[in-house]
Write a protein that binds this ligand. Sequence first.
Ligand SMILES: Cc1ncc(COP(=O)(O)O)c(C=O)c1O
Length: 358
Amino acid sequence: MRKQLPDFPWDALAPYAEIARKHPEGAIDLSVGTPVDSTPEFIQDALASNSNSPRYPLTAGTPELRSAISHWAKSKLGATGDFDVLPLIGSKELVAWLPTFLQSKKVIFPEVAYPTYLVGAILAESESLAVGIDAGDWPKADLAWINSPSNPTGRVHSGPEYKSAINWARKSGSVLISDECYFEFADTTEPTSILKYTDGDNTNILAVHSLSKRSSMAGYRAAFLIGDPLLIAEIREVRKHAGMMVALPVQHAMIAALGDDKHVEQQRARYNARRAALKPALIRAGFRIDESAAGLYIWCTRNESAWESVKWLSEIGIIATPGIFYGEKGSSHIRIAMTATDQEIQSAAKRIESALQK
Ligand SMILES: Cc1ncc(COP(=O)(O)O)c(C=O)c1O
């Protein structure tokens, strides 16, 4: 299987990280989207105070966690009709294994996208195809991924775009899954969930959410699936055999996290302030900011090869990700993550400004 999988793309970035590290004040790493702000203390407390956990946890999750997810899905996402929920050890696990669980023969995903959609298709030995946003143009497939807000672009799906994807799924009897793991991080556009547009008929529709970014819990591995009860029952049955249960102390931490919005508002404000601090410097350096309406990233281009932009930034000690990691269509863009401290973002902006004065 290793031979079928692509080379790990981050290895290609290593020489530029090396250049950036030579900067006298050290490198500022804006490449990997890994949260740096602490997990809120009340979530840490919920984990710690439930650390006595001798029994195996349930694959389906505790009734309390299931109820917290259902409540959140109704109140935050606008979910209606019959739906079920399932806790996950991170959404990457689901992205990588869903085509295997469902034995999907053909998988489609966005043409500029999180690379694990392709990995999941390869693991399942399915045919795969990258497609545009407009579901009117999608071919027949067993499984389609959409992602809003998008990694890497920060693009947000509109209601009509969701509806068109739902129509495609209904017409073709295919599974449609919306990866909404950056849902809470609105900047200039407010994201909505696919579950708001199903008119209570969630047949073949799933949404996946994660607490990794929402609650700075990436190290906990905590995510969940919401949607079609029959599909979720099928996935739960496979998982009962395959493992991947969410640790019980983590389930308690998830309940605490889902019960609070204040820390999410604070985190959203942090990411948006960082984007606002960095954007003007990038624009002065000749970058055009595209999309970037929500989520964790700035998606920008100088109409040159992404590697040229990555090189220019590495020479002033900043590590960014070339858009080509996310598909051919990203080959002249770079992705800059807001997952660095406020101080690092300020320093990055200053480094760009001073490079322009030389
Ligand atoms: C679009 C998208 N989906 C899923 C994930 C996986 O997140 P996690 O496994 O931490 O829930 C990521 C992580 O960066 C992502 O960008």
